[in-house]
Design a protein around this ligand. Structure first.
Ligand SMILES: *Cc1c(COP(=O)(O)O)cnc(C)c1O
Length: 453
C-alpha cells in the first residue's frame, strides 16, 4: 500500500511543469518541485501504517509554489524603510543618492581603478576616494577597506603586532555583530594594556602605562552605548601630548561637526565626535565606517598621517581587506559631495534634516489617501549603533488593524514596506522613507486597510 502511495506521487518534472513559474531560473523551479515531492514522500513514510493517502498532484504543486514564493522573498531586493531608523543595519544602513548610484553604475565597466590616465602607468586604488576623504577632513592621507572592522584590524596588524596597545577600560566595548575590541586586538597579535576604570580614565592613567613596547594609544568611540553620571574620558588632544601615536576608532563616521550643514548641525547629533576634529586634536589615524553617519556605501576608512597610512597600504592584509571599484566609485562621489558642502546629495543627511512641516505634509497626503489612518508624531533614530538614546522628531502614518503581526507581514511580503508597531497600531515613519516612495507606502497601507475593514 505504502509502495503504491509513493508511486502515485507526481514526478519532479511534472510538478515543475505545472508550476508555470516564468520569472525564476528553471534550476530554482526544479529545486522547489523536488523539495515539495520529497516532503510529500517523507509525509507518507512518516505515517508508518502504510495506509496514508498520497497528497494530490495539486497539493504538491501548491507546496512547490509556496517554496518558490518563499525563495523569492529571500532574494536581495529593494525595500522601503518605514521604520524611522535611518541607518538600519538589517536594511543595508545608509541609502545611496542618485549621484553615488550613477557613479557606481558608471564604474561597473572598465575604469581607471589602479591606472593613471596621465602617464598610462599603474596607479593606486587609494588615489581616489581615500585621498578625497582625507582632504575633506583635513588629513594627510586616507585608505579605504571593506568596513570599519577591517579598518581597525588592518591598523592594529600594521602598527601594533607583538607590541602593546593602551585602551581605557571604559572603551573595551562590543560594537555588535561580534566586534569586540579586546578580541580584535588579540586576533591582530597586539597586546592589550587596560587602563583606568569603566567610568573614568585620565591622561595620567595612559601615561603610566606607556613603555618601550607601546605601539599606540587606542581610543574607541562608544558609539552604541552611553554612560552618564560620574564619568571622565581623556580627550584626543591630551592623549596626543603623550608622544605616542593616537588611533581613534570613531566608528559612526561623522566627518566634520560643521558639515555638510551650512548653518548648524542637527541638535540630536549633540557631542558626536567629528573625524576632522579628531585629526585637528592630533590623532595619528582615525578609522570610521562608510555607511553610518558618512552616508555612503559599506566601507572602512582610515585617514591620518601619511607615514602610517602608507604602512597600512603596504601591509599584506590590505590586499585581503581592500574595497572594490563599485564601493570606491560611490564613496568618491560621497567625498566630492562633502567637498562641495552638498548635504542634499547625501540621502542620510537630507532625510535626517527634512523639516517637520515637510514630513507633516507628506504624512497628511498619505493619510488622506488611506481611510482610517492618522498622522502621528513619532521619534525616529539614527540607528546603526550610533547615537544611542537620542531620537529625531518625526511624523508617521498610523493605522489600526485587526492583527498588527499580520498587517506588518502583509506590508513586507506584498509591498516590501518595512513598518513598525506602536501602541497596537502599525506605523510608517516618514523620516526614513524617500519622498519618491510615498505613493508605494500609501498604496500598501490602503491595501492593508481594505483587508482589515
Ligand atoms: C560600527 C563600528 C564599528 C564597526 O564598523 P563596520 O563598518 O560596521 O564594520 C567599529 N567600531 C565602532 C566604534 C563602530 O561604531
Amino acid at each position: 500500500m505504502a509502495e503504491d502511495a509513493r508511486r502515485a506521487l507526481p514526478s519532479v518534472e511534472r510538478v515543475a511543469a505545472a508550476m508555470g513559474c516564468t520569472t525564476l531560473p528553471r534550476a530554482l523551479v526544479v529545486d522547489c518541485a523536488r523539495r515539495a515531492v520529497d516532503a510529500a514522500r517523507a509525509a507518507l513514510d512518516g505515517n508508518g501504517h502504510g495506509n496514508a493517502m498520497p497528497p494530490t498532484h495539486d497539493a504538491v504543486v501548491e507546496h512547490a509554489l509556496a517554496l518558490a514564493a518563499a525563495g523569492t522573498l529571500e532574494l536581495l531586493q529593494p525595500v522601503i524603510n518605514a521604520t524611522g531608523v535611518l541607518l538600519h543595519t538589517n536594511l543595508g544602513r545608509a541609502p545611496l543618492g542618485d549621484y553615488a548610484i550613477t557613479a557606481l553604475t558608471a564604474a561597473a565597466g572598465a575604469t581607471n581603478l589602479e591606472y593613471r590616465l596621465a602617464e598610462g602607468t599603474r596607479g593606486s586604488r587609494h588615489a581616489h576616494a581615500g585621498s578625497l576623504l582625507a582632504l575633506a577632513c583635513g588629513a594627510e592621507a586616507g585608505i579605504v577597506v571593506n568596513n570599519n572592522a577591517a579598518a581597525v584590524v588592518l591598523t592594529l596588524a600594521a602598527l601594533a603586532r607583538d607590541r602593546e596597545v593602551v585602551v581605557s577600560r571604559g572603551e573595551l566595548v562590543e560594537i555588535g555583530g561580534g566586534f569586540r575590541v579586546p578580541e580584535i586586538l588579540a586576533e591582530t597579535g597586539a597586546r592589550l594594556v587596560e587602563v583606568g576604570t569603566t567610568n573614568r580614565t585620565r591622561r595620567a592613567d595612559y601615561e603610566r602605562a606607556c613603555t618601550d613596547s607601546t605601539a599606540l594609544l587606542l581610543k574607541v568611540h562608544a558609539s552604541n552605548y552611553r554612560m552618564i553620571g560620574f564619568t571622565e574620558t581623556t580627550p584626543v588632544h591630551e592623549l596626543a601630548s603623550l608622544a605616542l601615536p593616537v588611533v581613534v576608532d570613531a566608528g559612526s563616521g561623522l566627518l566634520d561637526v560643521h558639515t555638510p550643514w551650512l548653518d548648524a548641525a542637527p541638535a540630536w547629533l549633540q557631542d558626536e565626535p567629528g573625524v576632522r576634529q579628531c585629526i585637528d586634536e592630533g590623532a595619528a589615524l582615525v578609522t570610521f565606517s562608510g555607511d553610518k553617519l558618512l552616508g555612503g556605501p559599506q566601507a572602512g576608512i582610515v585617514v591620518g598621517r601619511r607615514e602610517f597610512v602608507d604602512r597600512l597600504a603596504a601591509h599584506p592584509l590590505a590586499r585581503a581587506l581592500r574595497a572594490d571599484k563599485l564601493t570606491l566609485a560611490a564613496l568618491q562621489s560621497v567625498a566630492l559631495s562633502y567637498l562641495a558642502q552638498d548635504g542634499a546629495a547625501i540621502p542620510l543627511w537630507s532625510m535626517a534634516t527634512t523639516p517637520l512641516d515637510v514630513l507633516r505634509a507628506r504624512a497628511a497626503a498619505i493619510a488622506g489617501a488611506v481611510e482610517g489612518s492618522a498622522v502621528i508624531d513619532t521619534e525616529a533614530a539614527a540607528g546603526g549603533g550610533s547615537l544611542p538614546g537620542l531620537t529625531i522628531p518625526s511624523l508617521g502614518v498610523a493605522l489600526d488593524v485587526g492583527s498588527v503581526t499580520n498587517a506588518l507581514r502583509e506590508l513586507r511580503v506584498e509591498h516590501r514596506v518595512i513598518a513598525r508597531s506602536e501602541a497596537g497600531r502599525i506605523v510608517c515613519d516618514l523620516r526614513s522613507v524617500p519622498p519618491a516612495a510615498d505613493a508605494v507606502v500609501a498604496d500598501a497601507l490602503r491595501a492593508v486597510a481594505a483587508a482589515t475593514h
